[in-house]
Structure formats: structure tokens, C-alpha cells
Design a protein around this ligand. Structure first.
Ligand code: 13P
Length: 253
């Protein structure tokens, strides 16, 4: 059975004390909760990773970074390596987020290099892919998704050490969510591609998350889709009550 992952992506938000308070409340909540096949992940800003990972004992909550550099080490001011993440026992790392593609001009080739580095150091990549509004309106969504998958997963071996997040760019931070049917269509496409390229075993075990204005009001319908295995949640993950509500929904399914 594949995991249902409820992952918060805090992006560049929260002061240190707010982040710490959130982690205290979250772990208090999770410690008395039966999670079943649900895994909870918090992708915190880099300066808070160590603090956040102190809360990660007993696998109640897993910690993710939001970015990694493709090099091993060296003169790359401001960057973080996969080996650093591994040395802090960080479990996950987001790569290929549309904000990094847009603002920092990250290409599929670069994302492919980052993915390889993360795998080398056994940090599980959360690979984000998704089309822009313009691409959707042009009717080339499937082409864009398949091209992103092909390029970012070139020469990659996967077991189930990869999470994919489908994040339609037009749904991120806009309040406009993909309908469950729109999301399911693309999740199915991704799983089919993984099955053809790798194996049906791998495609059945890999978690494919939806991201884009996911919130307590719409999570249930999205998670009901057969190929949606959780969410990568931005805005709504900043609020502990909303995050708890979304975990509750995932656990109840
Ligand atoms: P929002 O949930 O704020 O739309 O952000 C989604 C996202 O980008 C998660 O990585």
C-alpha cells in the first residue's frame, strides 16, 4: 500500500519562534494520533531545519528542505548540499518547484542533477512538475508534464525513494484549485508514465501528491481520487489548525 503524505511547504514564511511553536503544537497533536498509512512532512526554511528535525523523533513527523544545490561542496555562497541535509538527517527535499523554475531559472536538466545528488545521499526528493495557465489554455498540459518527467528523470533509478508532486502553476497561491477530475487525469498520466518507464510495481508504490490551493475545504474530494496520494500544501500549511484538519481528513479516509 502506498503512503498518503500530507506535506507542508512553508516557503519563506514564519519567524523562528512561530516555527517552533508550530512544531510543538503539531507534535503534541501527532503524538496522540493513530496515523495509519499517513505520513506528515514539514518542509521548513533552511535556517529552521535543525530545530524542526529535533521534533522528528519516532517518525511522527518527517522534515523536508525546500531546495538543494547540485554540487557536493565548495564555494557556492548561500547554498546547501545534499550531504549537509543527510548529515542533519533531513528526510525529504523539494526540487523543481515552479517558484524556483520561475524566479531562479531552474531548468529540468538542473533539477535532474539535484535529484541525482539527493538520491546519492538518501534524501527523498519531492519532485514538482506542473503546467502554466498558458500551457493549459493551449491544450498542451499532457505534453508539458511528460516532457518534465522525461527530462527530470533521465538516467535516474527509482525504487520508492521518490515522491512526485503535481502542482499546476495556475493553482499555486491563487485560491483556484484544480478540480479533482483535472488533478486525477494528470496523476493517472504520471503513474502510467512511471509504469511504462520503470515498472508497474514502482508506479503503484510511488506517492503522487497534489499541490495548488489545497485546504481543509477541498482536501477530502482531492484525496478521494484513486491516484492522489496526499498534498504538498503551501498557504494552508502555515496555519496549525488548518494543517491539523487536513491531517485528520487524510487519516479518516
Ligand atoms: P499553495 O497551497 O499556497 O497554493 O501552494 C502550493 C505549493 O506551491 C506547495 O508547494
Amino acid at each position: 500500500m502506498r503512503k498518503i503524505i500530507i506535506a507542508g511547504n512553508w516557503k519563506m514564511n514564519k519567524a523562528f519562534s512561530e516555527a517552533e511553536d508550530f512544531m510543538v503544537e503539531l507534535t503534541d497533536f501527532l503524538n496522540v494520533k493513530k496515523l495509519g498509512k499517513v505520513e506528515v512532512v514539514v518542509c521548513s526554511p533552511s535556517p529552521y531545519l535543525e530545530m524542526a528535525s529535533d521534533f522528528a523523533s519516532e517518525n511522527r513527523v518527517f522534515i523536508g528542505a525546500q531546495n538543494v544545490n547540485e554540487n557536493d561542496f565548495g564555494a557556492y555562497t548561500g547554498e546547501i548540499s545534499a550531504s549537509m541535509l543527510a548529515s542533519m538527517e533531513i528526510d525529504y527535499c523539494i526540487i523543481g518547484h515552479s517558484e524556483r523554475r520561475k524566479y531562479y531559472h531552474e531548468t529540468d536538466d538542473l533539477i535532474n542533477s539535484k535529484l541525482k545528488k539527493l538520491q546519492e545521499f538518501e534524501v527523498v526528493p519531492i519532485l514538482c512538475i506542473g503546467e502554466t495557465l498558458e500551457e493549459r489554455e493551449k491544450g498542451i498540459t499532457e505534453q508539458v508534464i511528460l516532457s518534465q518527467l522525461t527530462k527530470t528523470l533521465t538516467n535516474i533509478k527509482i525504487n520508492n525513494d521518490l515522491v512526485i508532486a503535481y502542482e499546476p502553476v495556475w493553482a499555486i497561491g491563487t485560491g483556484r484549485t484544480a478540480t479533482p477530475q483535472q488533478a486525477q487525469e494528470i496523476h493517472f498520466l504520471i503513474r502510467k508514465w512511471i509504469s511504462e518507464k520503470f515498472s508497474s510495481e514502482i508506479s503503484n508504490s510511488i506517492s503522487i501528491l497534489y499541490g495548488g490551493s489545497m485546504k481543509p475545504e477541498n482536501i477530502r474530494e482531492l484525496l478521494h481520487q484513486p491516484d492522489i496520494d496526499g498534498g504538498l500544501i503551501g498557504g494552508a500549511s502555515l496555519d496549525i489548525e488548518k494543517f491539523k484538519a487536513m491531517i485528520n481528513t487524510a487519516v479518516e479516509l
